[in-house]
Design a protein around this ligand. Sequence first.
Ligand code: E4P
Length: 219
Amino acid sequence: MKFFIDTANLQDIAEAASLGILDGVTTNPSLMFKEKISGEKAVLEHYKRICDLTDGDVSAEVISTDLEGMKREASELIKIADNIVVKIPMIREGVKALAWATSQGIRTNCTLVFSAGQAILAAKAGATYVSPFIGRIDDIGWDGMSLISDIAEIYAIQGYETEILAASVRSGKHIVDAAKAGADVVTCPLSSFESLFKHPLTDIGLEKFLADHAMGSGK
Ligand code: E4P
């Protein structure tokens, strides 16, 4: 399973990259807003800065909701760097834009996916990635993780090549459960990755090993 970081914060991306296990970055307009990046030029420049921090795929989202606008934006975004993946929303015009992008050899991430039916449409349109939003489904009292397993089952039966990118992931448990459910990729904030490191028995065990080493060395 690939690890993407879900942020537009350059420090967090650099920190995640320094772990040596980062495979890419996802962003969205809300994450750009959080970093106070606004205006087309500034947004494109920020994507370039992100691409400079990783060789992995960087999802850059279109703002347009009509086909021609999405095509225009996609054409601009892919000029930034070879690792740009154009993020396109799961709407009627978005499916047309995905199919167009596929025909042009442009890699895509179909975002805002909340049902298996939408995931089938994304795969049919040739999306490189499909992004089911686990946390937001949990937020309304449904089971986000079962959507990942449903999509994994359908894609395996149908032989779809679109990769399942578990998004809206908010905890280490989400990451582990997404891996078990068949996600190809997980994207989440740095804090969720960091929670994977933590186990009290690791800390207790290391403290004892180091103490015993010090005793043995006569320190
Ligand atoms: C995915 O690509 C989205 O940017 C993201 O995972 C949304 O997460 P959120 O529901 O925590 O905002």
